[in-house]
Design a protein around this ligand. Structure first.
Ligand code: AMP
Length: 190
């Protein structure tokens, strides 16, 4: 089984790369951002709760996100594993994911972190906001808040995986296909 955590700040290209990898490697793509947006669109109780945090660029509380993963994660049919996109975003989420995956007998194979400079992230997010309709990509203050929360609450997740020797940084700038090749080179060694 290949269970990959695709990691990086907002705008690093996690969604784009996860979509390519899922096709090439026959994986399930699990994006907590997408799941939460689906809940918001359907006005579930979780969706209405999550909207308050997402609109401000804050993290949705751990217990809600972990509960959602436990109830929405479906694996694996003919799929070879899971690529997690945007999860875990805190050390508590990383520990919960380990517990869940170890219980299922399909531990996390590795965490790949896309590295992109701050100014490039801002440019990409504003561009995405202009075309995707995602309101959290349209306001500078919300974008800056998301990046600052990434540094304070999410980046410690890298240490968590480093301690397990499962941390693999990859340069996330350049052509989309070129970045994908870099990711595949790492995945082939997992
Ligand atoms: P994303 O599509 O990954 O950029 O996520 C959009 C927004 O959903 C984030 O800014 C958070 O508010 C929320 N979100 C997504 N994944 C998580 C997570 N793992 N933990 C907490 N909040 C999350």
């Amino acid at each position: 089984m290949l269970n990959i955590v695709l990691f990086g700040p907002p705008g690093a290209g996690k969604g784009t790369q996860a979509t390519l990898l899922k096709e090439k490697l026959n994986l399930i793509h699990l994006s907590t951002g997408e799941l939460l947006r689906n809940h918001m669109a359907q006005h579930t109780e979780l969706g209405d709760l999550a909207k308050v945090y997402i609109d401000k660029g804050e993290l949705v509380p751990d217990e809600l996100v972990i509960g959602m993963i436990k109830s929405d994660m479906k694996c694996c049919g003919n799929k070879k594993g899971i690529i997690f996109d945007g999860f875990p975003r805190t050390v508590a989420q990383a520990a919960a994911l380990d517990e869940l995956m170890n219980d299922l007998g399909m531990p996390v194979s590795g965490m790949i972190a896309l590295e992109v400079p701050h100014d490039e992230l801002i440019d990409r997010l504003l561009q995405r906001g202009a075309t995707s309709g995602r309101t959290d990509d349209q306001r500078n203050d919300v974008i800056e808040n998301r990046i600052s929360i990434y540094h304070s609450l999410t980046s410690p997740v890298m240490e968590y995986y480093k301690k397990q020797n499962k941390y693999y940084p990859v340069i996330g700038i350049g052509d989309i296909d070129e970045i994908n090749e870099r990711l595949l080179a790492v995945i082939n060694k997992l």
